[in-house]
Structures are given as structure tokens and as C-alpha cells.
Design a protein around this ligand. Structure first.
Ligand code: 76R
Length: 277
């Protein structure tokens, strides 16, 4: 089938650490009972495992986020250099007490991503001007250079290899996608239009500099949702303020679909395990 509409090109993206969000729930008093059972040092072994995962030799980190107001109990957020390292973290957690008796309430696999909308739109326009095409040799060479520059910059490093700010213990995680409805299809918009919308999105977001740190992870090809949004804040009300502002920001207002929200407060493994009754 042919169409008159020019092909909408994806933006160039550059990726960093893989991410896995694991949400566990224990039915009834099973978790407390296991932690208190005489003779087995579940608390000690779980604390040792989670402490190891917090700073693994592979690089990356794992945060323990006891959930607040959720039907589940705890979320583990793993960042690792490779998908295999994520698989290893998952294997260790799932096999260990008390996670081996938990229900996996939710899990989300993704990879940190920086979308280079501006560079993509610029280089696509340049290609057109010189009579070339997106993806041709000259485009690729210029893009590779831009990607390398971006990966060297402090702000892209922060997005690809995120660290949790020590003064931002509250965490909010949700998956989202962009709409593909007739007449309202993100994936059919021109790159220029998407670049314009994302630049306005960035401007809205920057109003929260110093109050919220966001980690955007791409999940296309990994999950039914397209992105994971992981927010950190010192004041949990900032989640409501920022997400509200985003709802009114053009790109979210027109194109965003959201999944379930998980909110909690980071704890050390020992703090979490000792708080379980
Ligand atoms: O111009 C720019 O610098 C834009 C930088 C930027 C990109 C590319 C940016 C900035 N984001 C980008 C990409 Mn974001 N972001 C979200 C959400 O709840 C909602 O409505 C949306 C969830 C929040 C709260 C948020 C916050 N962002 C993305 C993408 C990929 C989209 C794609 O490729 O099509 C998604 C899904 C997404 C979603 N974003 C910022 C923020 C904040 C606070 C900023 C500014 C801070 C900063 O520049 O680091």
C-alpha cells in the first residue's frame, strides 16, 4: 500500500544502563512470619543480598523502595550496565528469601534513554537541503559525532547513568506510552513537530530543577508500555505538581497514556526488613 504522507522518522536515541523495576507483594502475614521464624536468619541473608545489589561489582545499583498506599509491598529498582547483569540481579532476588514466597505484582524492563530530538530534526533538515536522505552516509557520520558529543556531556551522562540524589528519598514510578489514535498519532507526526513538542516538554520540566530528578527509560521492544518514568523528590507533593503540569503540557495533554503508579520512600535494606511486622 502506498501513502502520500512522508515517513515519520524516529528520533536518534542513545542508551545507558538497563533498568528493571520489580514490585513484590506478600499475601497475608507470610513476610512477617518468615522474617521472624526461629532458626533461619532471613533478615540477615536478605540484608546481605540487598546490600550487595546496592553496589554490585558489575556497576549500577539497586534501590529498595517500600511502597506507600499501594496494594503491593516493595519495589526494587535495578540499574545495570547490561541486560545479562539485570538477569543476574533478577535471578538472585527471585531465589532469595523472602522474595521466593512473594507474588510478583508488577515488573518493568527498560533501558535508560536520551532522545536526541533536536539533533535528529536538524540533521534531517540538513539532509533534505543537500538532496540526501535521513540515514545516508553523511547523515550517519554527523549523527555519530553528535551522539558522541552528547554522551560526553554532564546532562546526558546523568540521564544514562542516573544516581539517586541523597536528599530525594521519595520515589514515583509509572509506565507510559504515546497515543496512536486516528488523527492523534504521535508516531505519524513529523520529526519537526515532535521536536517542537519535546522541547516545550523539557521547558516545563526544567521548572522542577533541583526539586525532582527524573529518569526516563525506554521500553519499546521490552514491554507493552513504551517508557518508564522514575521520579525522585525530597517532597512527595512535587510528584503531584510536576505530573499535573505535564498533563497540561501539550505533548502529554494530546498524546500521553499512563499505567499504574507506584509511590514509596527509599530505605536501606536493614531499615525496610526491620520495619516489616
Ligand atoms: O528539551 C529538552 O531538553 C528535553 C529533554 C527531555 C526529553 C528528551 C525531557 C525533559 N524529557 C524528555 C523525554 Mn521528560 N518526562 C516525562 C514525564 O507524566 C507525564 O506527563 C510525562 C512523564 C515527566 C514527569 C518528565 C519530566 N520525557 C521524555 C520522554 C521520551 C519521549 C519520546 O522520546 O517520545 C518521556 C516519555 C518523558 C516523560 N522531562 C524533562 C521531565 C523533566 C522534569 C524534564 C526537564 C529536566 C531536565 O531537562 O533534565
Amino acid at each position: 500500500m502506498t501513502t502520500d504522507r512522508p515517513r515519520a522518522h524516529p528520533p536518534e536515541t542513545t542508551e545507558g544502563w538497563y533498568a528493571l523495576h520489580q514490585v513484590f507483594a506478600w499475601d497475608g502475614p507470610a513476610l512477617g512470619a518468615m522474617l521472624k521464624a526461629p532458626g533461619i536468619d532471613v533478615l540477615d541473608s536478605a540484608e546481605r543480598l540487598l546490600t550487595e545489589l546496592a553496589a554490585p561489582s558489575s556497576g549500577g545499583w539497586t534501590a529498595v523502595v517500600p511502597l506507600i498506599g499501594s496494594s503491593a509491598d516493595v519495589m526494587l529498582v535495578h540499574f545495570r550496565p547490561t541486560l545479562d547483569d539485570i538477569g543476574e540481579a533478577q535471578r538472585l532476588v527471585n531465589a532469595a528469601m523472602p522474595f521466593n514466597i512473594a507474588r510478583k505484582a508488577y515488573t518493568f524492563l527498560s533501558v535508560t534513554e536520551a532522545g536526541l530530538y533536536h539533533a535528529s530534526a536538524q540533521l534531517a533538515a540538513a539532509a533534505e537541503t543537500r538532496g540526501g536522505a535521513v540515514g545516508d552516509e553523511a547523515y550517519r557520520a554527523a549523527m555519530d559525532e553528535r551522539v558522541a558529543q552528547e554522551r560526553d556531556s554532564a546532562h546526558v551522562k546523568r540521564r544514562l547513568f542516573p544516581q539517586q540524589p541523597p536528599d530525594m528519598p521519595y520515589v514515583c514510578f509509572y509506565p507510559m506510552s504515546k497515543r496512536r489514535n486516528a488523527g492523534q498519532n504521535w508516531y505519524a507526526l513529523s520529526l519537526e513537530e515532535r521536536s517542537r513538542l519535546m522541547s516545550a516538554h523539557g521547558a516545563t520540566g526544567r521548572g522542577y530543577a533541583g526539586k525532582v530528578v527524573q529518569v526516563i527509560t525506554g521500553a519499546i521492544g521490552f514491554d507493552v508500555w513504551e517508557w518508564g518514568v522514575t521520579l525522585f523528590a525530597g517532597d512527595p507533593l512535587m510528584f503531584k505538581k510536576l505530573v499535573t503540569d505535564m498533563r497540561f503540557d501539550e505533548v502529554s495533554a494530546e498524546y500521553a497514556e499512563f499505567g499504574e503508579f507506584f509511590v514509596g520512600k527509599t530505605a536501606t535494606p536493614g531499615e525496610w526488613l526491620r520495619s516489616v511486622r
